[in-house]
Design a binder for this molecule. Structure first.
Ligand SMILES: CC(C)(COP(=O)(O)OP(=O)(O)OC[C@H]1O[C@@H](n2cnc3c(N)ncnc32)[C@H](O)[C@@H]1OP(=O)(O)O)[C@@H](O)C(=O)NCCC(=O)NCCS
Length: 313
């Protein structure tokens, strides 16, 4: 296990890979933002990196940190597909140690594989190959410009569907069950934990009206959702992201996916967004063609490479 006390992985030049400690967060965020400036987080927004860094302390077992001569030299955060080594510590074996640590974190989190985002750059791909990772799929960013937002009609929900905003403190249990059911056999499986969702919802400024819940009007069961997130782009433009949406299997093929996506766009438009982003797995052809049909265009590709998770003997 990669823990704060259990045998850390030691490499050359006084490199130690260990569990995350709360004091690591500022150094990690500052290097994330420097890497964003250098163009190494292509397609990512500043607020996404800030959220990633904020999520580390409440869940220290979700990441591992490389330390060289007492300073943070890199990290791996499997839940965010992120592995990074600071430029001055590259080509010293730090990344290789972080892949090992990431494989253990992934196993400890119940995953069969470690998945990492590997940009289409020769160095990064050579590194991934050298560490035994292989390309398995790609996540694509899609973007709906202002004109496309204006052109999109208000959502039309299929008969028998009732919509309402998320109820904080009440909906978390059934919501987590719904999301996990929907994403069970997805190309990028998601396994939410209820305490994680409650923690995010308890953060100051969290607005539950950015989550739409769809119920089967007859039974009251939750059958779909959409989570929209307004943000400000690097150049100051108000924008929005559709973070996640899904429709339960029995309700697929009735226009509910189209309706919840249109709701997300309309909601973000009401909040002033001038463009909308979302991310979709390339292998998810249904979702891909739905978003394209709604006017979303192709943006950045985030290739995913994976290796087997490594359970402790
Ligand atoms: C990609 C990255 C993580 C590599 O980290 P690193 O600590 O330099 O990697 P290592 O020193 O452990 O390299 C292990 C092996 O990968 C290969 N490799 C690493 N970087 C390489 C490069 N730039 N060109 C060619 N091969 C490379 C080599 O085979 C290397 O072994 P060697 O040095 O004995 O030849 C680092 O450059 C980085 O953080 N880049 C920006 C973020 C990124 O691309 N993340 C995705 C990583 S999955």
């Amino acid at each position: 296990m990669v823990g704060t006390s259990a045998a850390p992985l030691a490499g050359p030049a006084a490199t130690v890979v260990r569990g995350f400690r709360p004091g690591d967060a500022p150094a990690i965020l500052s290097e994330m933002l420097a890497a964003l400036e250098r163009g190494e987080y292509e397609g990512m927004e500043r607020y996404q990196l800030e959220h990633a860094a904020e999520r580390l302390a409440p869940d220290p077992a979700s990441s591992a940190v490389a330390v060289v001569s007492g300073r943070v030299a890199g990290w791996v955060i499997p839940a965010d597909d992120d592995l990074h080594v600071v430029p001055e510590c590259r080509r010293q074996g730090v990344g290789r140690l972080l892949v090992e640590a990431g494989r253990r974190v992934a196993a400890a989190q119940g995953h069969e594989r470690l998945r990492l985002w590997v940009p289409r750059r020769p160095g990064a791909e050579a590194f991934a190959r050298a560490c035994g990772l292989a390309h398995t799929s790609s996540l694509w960013q899609m973007r709906l410009p202002a004109a496309g937002m204006e052109a999109l009609a208000e959502p039309e929900f299929p008969p028998g569907a009732a919509v309402r905003p998320f109820r904080l403190g009440i909906d978390e249990g059934p919501f987590v069950a719904l999301v996990n059911r929907i994403f069970l056999d997805h190309p990028s499986p998601i396994a939410l934990r209820e305490e994680e969702v409650r923690r995010v919802h308890a953060t100051p400024g969290f607005d539950p009206s950015t989550i739409l819940i769809v119920e089967d009007a007859a039974s009251g069961a939750m059958v779909g959702f959409c989570r929209a997130h307004p943000f400000t782009a690097a150049d100051g433009t108000p924008a929005g992201e559709i973070r996640l949406l899904g429709v339960d299997r029995p309700w697929r093929g009735r226009g509910l996916g189209r309706a919840v996506t249109a709701w997300g766009v309309a909601e973000l438009r009401r909040r002033g967004a001038r463009f909308v982003l979302l991310a979709v797995e390339g292998a998810n052809e249904r979702a891909f063609s739905l978003y394209a049909d709604l006017g979303f265009g192709l943006g950045v590709e985030w290739p995913h490479w994976t290796a087997a998770a490594l359970a402790d003997a």
